[in-house]
Design a protein around this ligand. Structure first.
Ligand code: NAD
Length: 327
């Protein structure tokens, strides 16, 4: 089968991960990249990407381009995804779908209107331990799930963001809630809400308590109480305060309980893998999600398991959580 010609738009922290991963995918040819930063484009050039653009609209005009990965700051998701869809390109868009439900709806309806494959990047759905948990839920071995716990603690924007020995400033947009749509609840909450919805179905009610450890005007941690239509309830803790990432889910059912974790390897092992051009363990789910997207385009087999509609439900839950705050 023909390879998919792919472009990467946005070569910051996660865009670089996607670029490197795509170079390890046999089904993909990375033909172009776009970023306003010349330095970022030089990174892509060093990996052999030939067509480089500072204006992503020019990339979207390429006739032989089948699909794009968009890893731009969140405030640019709506315009870039819709532009790409209108040019007939299949779109893999980084989470969160958009800054808010209104923008999310616009993207979802553009995907429908233009008949392109559209997927939102939720790597946790490709973590083997979390996939195994899904099998346990579906097999009924846990019985009826009554309670769940979800944790996603990370550094958020406050980490050493580049493969460099010099400290880098946090990209400014990350600290502006007009541009991000929200703090840790939006950024990490969408991952965890999406994962728990995968296990437990739709949410009927949600409340949130927001925390401000670093005194910004956006929350840097949050606790949510989430009720599901199936009758289960979950406590979700997310936070941008630790250099030691901890992502876990615990499900308690009438027959049994199960826990699953996703954590990075040590920094040394990660660095060695990067030097060897291999994908570090933590980023293998990112490779799998793009592989799923590409397979989906190649096989043309109906809706992706991670559709825009699914990501829109997550934004709706998060919007309700911001609205229903408790002290
Ligand atoms: N799935 C995940 O686990 C995960 C992890 C990190 C980030 N993300 C998401 O990915 C997106 C990007 O996050 P990031 O941390 O990589 O951000 P970043 O700031 O590191 O990278 C953004 C890149 O976009 C470029 N850019 C900005 N405006 C542009 C424009 N108009 N045209 C072309 N390029 C432009 C910047 O130069 C930069 O290289 C966000 O929506 C974030 O939520 C997802």
């Amino acid at each position: 089968m023909e390879k998919i010609n792919l472009g990467v738009i946005g070569l910051g922290f996660i865009g670089k991960v996607h670029l490197r991963n795509c170079l390890n995918l046999k089904s993909v040819r990375v033909v172009a990249a776009a970023d306003t930063s010349k330095k970022a484009l030089n990174y892509a050039r060093a990996f052999g990407v030939k067509q480089l653009f500072t204006d992503y609209h020019e990339l979207l005009k390429l006739k032989d381009l089948d699909a794009v990965i968009i890893s731009l700051p969140t405030h640019l998701h709506t315009e870039s995804a819709i532009n790409a869809m209108e040019e007939g390109k299949h779109v893999f868009l980084e989470k969160p779908l958009a800054r808010n439900v209104k923008e999310g709806r616009e993207i979802v309806s553009a995907a429908r209107k233009n008949g392109v494959v559209f997927m939102v990047g939720y790597p946790l759905r490709f973590v083997p331990e979390f996939v195994n948990l899904k099998s346990q839920v579906e097999s009924g071995v846990l019985g009826d799930i009554q309670m769940a716990y979800g944790v996603d603690i990370a550094a958020g924007p406050f980490f050493h963001r580049a493969e460099s020995t010099t400290p880098r400033p946090v990209p400014e947009w990350w600290l502006n809630k007009e541009l991000t749509g929200g703090g840790a609840l939006t950024d990490l909450g969408c991952h965890m809400i999406n994962l728990l919805r995968w296990y437990l179905g739709e949410v009927s009610a949600v409340k949130a308590r927001l925390g401000y450890r670093y005194n910004f005007d956006f929350e840097d941690y949050a606790t949510c109480i989430v009720d599901f239509e199936c009758g289960a309830s979950a406590v979700v803790n997310v936070g941008w305060f630790s250099q030691s990432a901890a992502i876990s889910v615990e499900l308690h059912g009438t027959m049994s309980h199960a826990r699953a974790y996703h954590s990075p390897s040590s920094k040394v092992v990660t660095a060695i893998k990067l030097i060897l051009g291999r994908t570090p363990k933590f980023f293998i789910p990112y490779l799998k999600e793009v592989s799923h997207f590409v397979d989906h385009i190649r096989n043309d087999d109906g809706e992706s398991q991670l559709s825009g509609e699914d990501a829109l439900r997550d934004l709706e839950v998060i919007a309700k959580a911001y609205k229903n705050q408790v002290d």
